[in-house]
Design a protein around this ligand. Structure first.
Ligand code: GCV
Length: 698
């Protein structure tokens, strides 16, 4: 019996061990992406041991309650993050300490910080509370990515003051161009109930330095300016203030008419100006640090000053005066009009460049990265650097309207870097031209459990914040640190998967719009190829407007013999793209119309090269699938499986893009495929007949 008792005890023990193992296994495996890059996996070994029992001490006094709340967040993040990183290692004999000093006169204000480790621990110094907040997150990031606390010597300062997310969220919970579920903003229950997600969202933003959020769509409803929404917004502002985030609203320009009872929204009408002044005062009474307004005016049917014969500057300045020194008006330069014969790529430049110097000091002109619309590849927008007397911000699209929605892996840092690093020809890069203003990113965030609709799209949210903080960072650095925090520190994993990420956007270009082609997506939802669409009412909504292909050639002549949009660039830049022979082939068909047998600099002809790009794109996705399959076991099964499924969809859709595009070009040029290149799986009629009324976010 004794033996039996012993074996029972042993079995129970083994059973318990199994349960514990299963439980901890379940914990490890319970990853669903919600924790983003803020997971803080134990670092193990001596590095983990020195974090154990560490004390974190904040300052004794604060400039004000706001600073105290912000430093409390920094301390709480450090304490919980360090405990997670320490894991179960035994503490050192003499525990280390972290000391925060958040009013150090030697450190600039505005978020800068310095971290200095020594044998007793580390000192975090900042010029003000926000620097302690950003320094705390940076310290956790450094530890997460393998630095030893006592060896850290690191200082940072943000490169630009305003780093905003723009949500295209509607008050009814839908999200324009959103692929991650519904809006995270629960206006229905606000202000009485604040969802926990609002705090987790603020943490994520603060961790990458995002310091402002426009909560509503640029295709705006004036309702968002009504008192009941201001009360709701105030609750969000209160919740986000300790995370350094200011709230902004998109202002519908016709609001004085829509909800104000006036019969005009003419910006020079004193009653209109008074209405906005009162509205701004009402908002600031509820939200003293309200960031300001974002405006989409006279574009795609939105109202604006042009409705009354006034300029964008007149409209923007009227709002700027209502806000005064309290905040900023972001005025979008994404304007084009159907009735304007000018090349769409030129319309914003021609409308805004002459207004340089006419905008009030607290107006920022917000310019999309390229002159058309967030395509897989565009040259940088010619307004960057050209408006020397106006603050200009860069607008990037984090949500992937034109790059495979949330399904395709397309890491966007290389796309943004291409623009940020571009020399404008006006003395400096795009990054330096926007440094006095900032960057706005159209959010890819929704109610999806993993926030972004796919695990890899979290990297784009992360990369946007990191680049707005420091555009000098390389795409690779950002990918590596994101992977280490989000998935695994395994060096082979980080090296393989970062290589995949770095190549991923170029593959999308290859299978969708190679060699400078653009805007060939299907109508409305932009899901899948539609290069054959030529008959929509507005010329610039047709893919045919952009590719201009016929039996003889393809491409958009934007040189002096065409629309001359090239002249919008500084002469040194325009010179690079003036001749098709010397234009970077990646932008060839953006600037030039050439025959199908055009010889590229490497001597190859255009048509086989185009096909080769499509094939490269499709083959590259297959390689991504194989590479990811080989990571099984290094990543928790759930997230591994999610990515595997999405890569399979991407492979299917890449093939669809390639086949449909080739079938269409062949219907025009009648050329055979190069040897070894597979014919399209279906005929053109099949691709043309495909219809996707259920595609998300039209
Ligand atoms: C919010 C493109 C998109 C629209 C978007 C617009 C803009 O046209 O398709 O959904 O509208 O850009 O940036 O204003």
């Amino acid at each position: 019996m004794l033996v039996n008792h012993q074996s029972w005890a042993l079995r129970s023990l083994l059973g318990l061990a199994l349960v514990v193992a299963l439980l901890s296994d379940a914990q490890v495996r319970a990853e669903d992406g919600y924790d983003l890059w803020l997971r803080h996996e134990p670092v193990g070994g001596a590095a983990g041991s020195e974090l154990n029992g560490i004390t974190v001490a904040g300052p004794d006094s604060f400039a004000d309650a706001g600073a105290e709340a912000m430093v409390s967040v920094a301390l709480a993040e450090l304490r919980s993050g360090l405990a997670e990183l320490a894991g179960g290692e035994s503490p050192p004999a003499a525990p280390l300490s972290i000391r925060l000093s958040c009013t150090d006169a030697d450190i600039a204000r505005g978020g800068a910080f310095a971290l200095d480790g020594d044998s007793t621990g580390l000192t975090l110094r900042a010029g003000e509370a926000s620097g302690c907040l950003y320094g705390a997150f940076a310290l956790l990031r450094l530890l997460d990515t393998g630095e030893r606390l006592t060896k850290i010597h690191h200082a940072e300062a943000p490169a630009m003051p305003l780093r905003l997310l723009n949500h295209w969220d509607n008050p009814d919970g839908t999200v324009e161009r959103g692929y991650a579920g519904s809006s995270i903003f629960d206006w229905w229950h606000l202000p009485d109930h604040l969802d926990r997600r609002m705090i987790d969202y603020a943490r994520a933003n603060a961790s990458v330095g995002i310091n402002g959020v426009v909560v509503n769509n640029v295709n705006a409803s004036a309702m968002m300016l009504e008192p009941r929404y201001i009360a709701r917004l105030a609750r969000l502002a209160d919740a986000w203030r300790p995370y350094g985030i200011r709230v902004y609203l998109t202002a519908r320009f016709s609001a004085p008419r829509d909800i104000g009872g006036l019969d005009t929204a003419d910006p020079i009408d004193p009653a209109v100006a008074r209405w906005w002044q009162n509205k701004a005062d009402e908002i600031y009474a509820a939200i003293p640090d309200f960031g300001g307004f974002l405006v989409k005016a006279n574009s795609e049917g939105q109202p604006g000053p042009g409705d009354y014969g006034r300029t964008h500057a007149e409209g923007a300045n009227m709002l700027a005066s209502a806000i005064g020194a309290r905040g900023t008006v972001f005025w979008r330069a994404f304007v084009y009009a159907a009735e304007d014969e000018t090349d769409r790529a030129s319309q914003a430049y021609r409308e805004f460049a002459p207004l340089d110097g006419a905008f009030a000091d607290n107006v920022i002109v917000q310019v999309k990265n390229g002159p058309i619309d967030f395509q897989p590849r565009e040259p940088f927008h010619p307004l960057f650097g050209a408006m020397r007397h106006t603050r200009v911000a860069l607008e990037a699209q984090i949500t992937k309207e034109y790059l495979g929605f949330a399904t395709h892996v397309a890491y966007l840092a290389p796309l943004w870097k291409e623009v940020l690093d571009a020399e404008t020809g006006h003395g400096g890069t795009v990054a330096s031209s926007i440094a006095p203003a900032g960057m706005a990113g159209v959010a890819n965030i929704g109610t999806a459990r993993n926030w972004s609709g796919s695990h890899f799209d979290q990297a784009n949210w992360y990369a946007f914040g990191r680049l707005a903080w420091n555009p000098q960072l390389s795409s690779e650095e950002i990918a590596r640190e994101w992977l280490m925090q989000t998935f695994s520190r395994d060096p082979a994993f980080v090296s393989d998967v970062s290589a995949m990420m770095l190549n991923s956007r170029e593959l999308v270009v290859d299978y969708m719009t190679p060699l400078g082609l653009a805007h060939l997506m299907a109508t409305g939802h932009h899901y899948g190829p539609g290069p054959w669409v030529c008959d929509l009412a507005r010329p610039e909504w047709n893919p045919c407007y952009y590719h201009r292909a016929d039996k003889d050639g393809i491409g958009f002549d934007r040189t002096a013999s065409g629309t001359d949009a090239l002249a919008d660039y500084a002469p040194s830049v325009a010179a690079q793209w003036a001749e098709p022979e010397t234009t970077d082939p990646r932008l060839l068909l953006w600037f030039h119309h050439v025959p199908w047998d055009w010889a590229l600099p490497d001597g190859k002809r255009l048509w086989p090269t185009l096909v080769e790009h499509y094939d490269t794109g499709v083959a590259g996705v297959a390689e991504m699938q194989a590479m990811w399959a080989a990571q099984a076991g290094k990543v928790d099964p759930r997230r591994h499986g999610d990515v595997t499924d999405f890569l399979a969809i991407q492979a299917k859709e890449a093939r669809w893009w390639r086949d449909a595009s080739i079938a269409y070009w062949q219907s025009l040029n009648g050329l055979p495929l190069p040897a070894g290149s597979a014919p399209p799986e279906h005929d053109l009629a099949d691709y043309r007949a495909r219809d996707f009324p259920e595609a998300p976010s039209d």
